[in-house]
Design a protein. Structure first.
Ligand code: ATP
Ligand code: MG
Ligand code: MG
Length: 351
């Protein structure tokens, strides 16, 4: 059988590996030492640093194809993998790892981000707040996730209370949105593109809390325009695999937030809620198999993240609700605000 290599070791990789196993593949993971919950479900796992060229070569020699579940894998590590083995193409990583590049790239393809400015110094921060105004958000250009590395500026006067952290940042205007949604697509080697339905995403403290289908009418009215942008991004990158773009639904149409060149938290509902999950279709795409239908199979779907200490009592839902689908990621530490699992509920009951 074939072996799929996955760079990264988190829950996205764990769910990718489970989908790969169902299709008869073996999975080998690679990530620096840590709480690598993907390792539990892998055939083999390299706990080695991103700078370890010998280990990366040994990893690649065991694989037939290599993908990633983590968008901040250093490009220097990805470059150690023979290019013909990689899917998607690493150019997607280079763009998505930098908020400034990402916004410019999507803007050139016709997408509309919030007003933004590059910030590389205290002076540039002051100038950005002056030009764009407040409220706004200062975000580190690289390495942020789950709302980490972001500082909200409530008013122009309040800007003094936010310090420029010293590394490259983006300041962006705060978007008055009616709702948030994401476009998740899969593109095959042959260029076939399929979209899952866009759920309505609610965030709490900068982190996804719930994804719900059907989405509001506001979102439904903006999905086609957002898909148009996402498709252009996928084509421009000659992308193979699952790609996600996050949007704000505003009074004036969809505003692009950010992209993720990978499976996405807002697509976890697809495991039970769609004919083919985002994880299975990513595996199919990178292995060159035909894609499966992305159709939603239920009238209502809700995915809720289990965060932090809530994981300790999460099993109680099994007694309360025989239709709840519980997913726990097996993380050893429930320390502050980590994503520990999720629960999905699907139903065809009349609304
Ligand atoms: P992740 O990659 O885990 O989705 P992240 O750290 O990259 O998170 P963002 O997507 O930039 O974070 O922001 C997280 C959330 O914060 C958004 O989904 C949205 O709810 C809010 N947010 C971020 N930027 C803005 C903005 N410009 N205007 C309004 N809300 C925003
Ligand atoms: Mg992000
Ligand atoms: Mg986000």
């Amino acid at each position: 059988g074939s072996t799929i290599g996955v760079l990264g070791g988190g829950q996205l990789g764990r769910m990718l590996a489970m989908a790969a196993a169902q299709l008869g593949y073996r999975v080998t993971g690679y990530a620096p030492p840590g709480d690598n919950v993907m390792a539990d479900v892998c055939h083999d796992f390299f706990e080695k640093g991103w700078g370890d060229k010998v280990a990366l070569a040994a990893f690649a020699s065991k694989c037939d194809v290599v993908t990633w579940e983590f968008e901040n894998v250093p490009l220097s590590a990805v470059e150690m993998i023979p290019p013909h083995m990689l899917a998607p193409h690493p150019r997607a990583l280079g763009i998505a790892q930098d908020r400034l590049k990402e916004k410019r790239f999507v803007e050139e393809l016709g997408g509309r981000p919030a007003p933004y400015a590059s910030v590389g110094s205290d002076q540039e921060f002051a100038a950005a707040v002056e030009r764009i105004g407040a409220p706004g958000i200062l975000k580190t250009a690289r390495d942020g996730y789950d709302g980490k590395g972001q500082w909200r500026v409530a008013s122009v006067r309040d800007a003094d209370s936010v310090r420029f952290p010293g590394n490259a940042c983006v300041y962006e205007g705060f978007v008055t949105f009616e709702a948030e949604f994401s476009v998740i697509l899969v593109r095959s080697h042959d260029g076939e593109v399929l979209f899952w339905d866009s759920s309505e995403n609610v965030h709490e403290d900068g982190m996804l809390a719930t994804s719900t289908l059907p989405a509001s009418e506001t979102i439904a009215a903006q999905v086609d325009a957002a898909r148009g942008i996402a498709r252009k991004v996928a084509e421009a990158l000659q992308y193979v695999g699952v790609l996600t773009l996050e949007f704000f639904a505003t009074k004036d149409g969809p505003v692009f937030n950010e992209m993720a060149p990978r499976v996405h938290n807002s697509g976890h509902w697809t495991i039970e809620g769609a004919a083919t999950s985002q994880f299975e279709n990513h595996i199919r795409a990178v292995c060159g198999l035909p894609l499966g239908s992305t159709e939603t199979r239920f009238a209502q779907v809700e995915m809720r993240n289990i965060v932090g200490e809530d994981a300790l009592t999460a099993h109680t839902i099994l007694a309360e609700d025989g239709e709840a689908h519980l997913h726990l990621y097996g993380k050893k530490e429930a320390r502050g605000g980590r994503k520990m699992g999720h629960v999905t509920r699907v139903s065809n009951a009349a609304a």
